[in-house]
Design a protein around this ligand. Sequence first.
Ligand code: NAD
Length: 416
Amino acid sequence: MRVGALRETAIGEHRVALDPEVVVRLVKDGREVVVESGAGTAASFPDASYERAGAQILSRAEVIATSDVLAVVRCPEASVVSALRSDQLLIGLLDPLNNLPVIETLAAKRVTAVAFELLPRTVSRAQSMDALSSQASAAGYRAAIVAAEAFGRYLPMMITASGTARPASVIVIGTGVAGLQAIATARRLGAVVTGYDVRADSREQVESLGAQFLTSSITAGAGEGGYARAMTAEEQAGQQAELAAALKSFDVIITTAKVPGRTPPLLVSAETLAALKPGSVCIDLAASDRGGNVAGSIDRERVVTPGGVIVVGAGELAADMPTSSSQMYARNVLAMINDLVTDDAIAFDLADEVRSAVVLCHAGQVTSRAVRTALKLDPVLDPPQDPLHAGQPEVPEAAAAASITIEFDPKNGQAA
Ligand code: NAD
């Protein structure tokens, strides 16, 4: 079985899907590893470090052509997708709900694609594969550092011979994985920190980090799977008004609020920005080409409002801490490979709780319920249409696809 890693090509993406440490572990497990030349350079892993770990350095085309399992960080570009062949396994943060045509193409090419975004994160077996959390954690940490760097004042209280500086007040809006890490880091930097979220259980998590919790009238914000639900228009308006009044007094605002598959909610309006003190800083971790939590934030850009507020669009902040982020991500990839691949074969029991969620397409079909719903296909989970359920006598072909084993010829790494 040959595992490959490609150089990432998205603008500003410095991470890599495999690091040398994970290569050592893959090789120890009897896998061959191939890495595109230069894939790890931006994450401070030169080609030589992969070679020392036991990987072979190849060209991009060679990695694509010869890998059985291709690990990526972000959804690959069209030229890679079109070069993939049947029975290859693609693993990454494929952002499936925003890349539906790509998933359809992968299905048509009979590639098996796995997206970390759809992992059932609360299942204990899945936690070592939780790339959303590992990357959110890095992004949250980094958000506090970027805020400290952009802010023109001290974050901690400073008592010096030249006078005393009061500590900065920081609010973190959205206290999931990234938000809690941002709170912890801002506290370590000495700021006075407040957290805010619409999920009722977030108060306890915020307070356990020694931060205050901003109480809001919107408390029933939890939706499916522990995620926030989308607010109604009325709730959104009420929330914006409440936040506008509260946010004026903060020096630094870090926003991380997301609702899966939806446009991020706008939480810091243009009016709120205009009311902030000059020199205040907003770090928007939800910034994307679909909008963000802060009015006017542009991903990967730093803009200064006419009122002197610094707005940093930081939708992929983990990519700016590429060494640690890649090390964590590579461990998630390793855990996923070890879960999916046994005895040198990709063995899928797609009725399994984790696999049925993360496998987007397999054996020529879109298998993920979330993706099928987004594509307006019949939801898969009701037999007899369901290719995930093996052994349905009514649909022998689909049933055969459900529990498929792809054996690999150890000599050439190709499906036998
Ligand atoms: P996320 O990235 O989807 O969103 C970030 C935060 O924004 C969330 O806390 C969300 O509630 C909040 N948010 C969304 N809309 C908001 C709004 N309008 N106003 C204020 N806040 C808003 O979140 P995440 O980090 O992926 O975490 C989602 C959930 O999954 C959390 O409950 C987290 O504790 C849970 N989780 C559990 C595990 C586990 O059990 N192993 C692992 C990771 C995450």
